[in-house]
Design a protein around this ligand. Structure first.
Ligand code: DP6
Length: 402
């Protein structure tokens, strides 16, 4: 037997179309409503994590994006590690496995292929990676839904990053959280032409963290009660739209739910503002784009959604990416050329300089200076966690970052 066990995995980012906002248990990260997200492709956004456990290690240690972090006893990371050790212990007992890996300390090394400060959900992919990686190291047979119970305790939205495609997090009713877990609604292959254009509005760290923001909402907002009441019907309708590949319904629900979530933030005392003037200009552009699209009997062709920050994620079908990127770049000129990974522009097409859709009201927004939208990332729905080869380990055989 080797002196150590290790595994390296990558996990995706997910962006919710029905948002999680509000906890009924802070300790267990139990939500006040169910949520549903789209898993984004790891070619553009992912977390890579290596976990190594060895009887030689003196303590659990974690390096995040090149810097060692303190693992606070009883904190979220520690909770996930301890819960995974418990699962391993149960496995050792059940199968009389002679390797006491559950008693060894672990070293974890993790990095994101996107800047944490871009305000993209790094906690979701980060905790999902930690849990999935330890499950792999420990050779556990648990399903992704079972693992989602643990990832959820790291960060609520992390439970949804254990699957590809379209993922629901059922809120559950049990006090111990045993039924508050994620499940795949549809795989990435079911509706693979769902694309996303991420408009990176700000590189700055957000003002109010999701954790404290949602607690304040639960304590002070009467409107959250209305949101809790209406989400179940919205979840059912969203699942139907996905099953039927009904983009028109998907888009309308996504935008409604994002707006309802931000309304609830505004109803919080003191109010929480995540969207800014650039975010609102993007909202106006998408609505104008859809207005002319509906006139042309093409239905809604774009849907924005905003998390706890000003960045917009615009969902659309692949065939509409070109028109949307062109429109965004017309109003928000970019310092860098558009990175056309999926080849949506041909020949002489120059994003930002092609005509806007017919009958588009150009006065719906002003043209902004370069840098108001700092960058565009074109991605699409993608698969769940992946296990990498030994050579791709982020740790040396001694358990130190490479
Ligand atoms: C607006 O999962 O980051 O992105 O459970 O406190 O870690 P914690 O919160 P987190 O909240 C995400 C909120 C959201 C909506 C969503 O992803 O559903």
């Amino acid at each position: 037997m080797a002196d150590y066990w290790q595994a390296t995995v990558t996990t995706p980012v997910n962006i919710a179309v029905i948002k999680y906002w509000g906890k009924r248990s802070v300790a267990l990260n139990l939500p006040t409503n169910a949520s549903l997200s789209v898993t984004l492709h790891q070619d553009q956004l992912c977390t890579t994590t290596t976990a190594q456990c060895s009887k030689e290690f003196a303590s659990d240690r974690l390096w995040l994006n090149g810097k060692e972090e303190v693992i606070k006893p009883g904190g979220r990371t520690d909770t996930c590690i301890q819960e995974m050790k418990k699962l391993r212990k149960a496995y050792e007992d059940k199968y009389e496995d002679p390797h006491p890996a559950s008693e060894w300390h672990v070293h974890l090394c993790s990095f994101n292929n996107f800047p944490t400060a871009a305000g993209l959900a790094s906690s979701a992919s980060g905790y999902a990676a930690l849990v999935h990686c330890l499950a792999t190291v420990y050779r556990l047979p648990n399903t992704s839904t079972e693992l989602s119970l643990i990832a959820r305790q790291g960060s609520g939205s992390a439970c949804r990053s254990l699957f590809g495609g379209f993922v629901a997090w059922d809120m559950g009713v049990n006090e111990d959280g045993s039924d508050s877990k994620a499940r795949q609604v549809a795989s990435e292959d079911h509706w693979d032409d769902i694309n996303a254009v991420i408009c990176v509005v700000s590189d700055e760290k957000k003002g109010t963290s999701s954790t404290s923001g949602m607690q304040r909402t639960v304590e002070t907002s009467p409107l959250i009660q209305e949101r809790i009441r209406l989400v179940p019907a919205r979840m059912a309708e969203m699942e139907r739209a996905i099953a039927a590949q009904d983009f028109d319904a998907f888009a309308q629900l996504t935008m409604k739910d994002s707006n309802n979530f931000h309304a609830v933030c505004l109803d919080t005392s003191p109010p929480i503002f995540y969207m800014n003037d650039v975010s609102r200009a993007l909202v106006a552009l998408v609505h104008e784009f859809n207005r002319v699209s509906i006139l042309q009997k093409r239905g809604h062709r774009a849907a924005y959604t905003f998390d706890a920050g000003p960045n917009a994620v615009i969902y659309c079908l692949r065939r509409n990416v070109k028109d949307i990127v062109n429109m965004v770049m017309h109003y928000f000129p970019q310092a860098e050329p558009f990175k056309d990974t999926y080849k949506v522009f041909y020949g002489k097409d120059t994003p930002g300089q092609m005509p806007l859709p017919k009958e588009f009201n150009e006065a719906v927004a002003k043209r902004w200076e370069v840098g108001a939208v700092r960058g565009l990332i074109h991605t699409k729905v993608g698969p769940g966690p992946r296990v990498l080869d030994v050579e791709q380990s982020l740790l040396t055989p001694e358990g130190m970052p490479k």
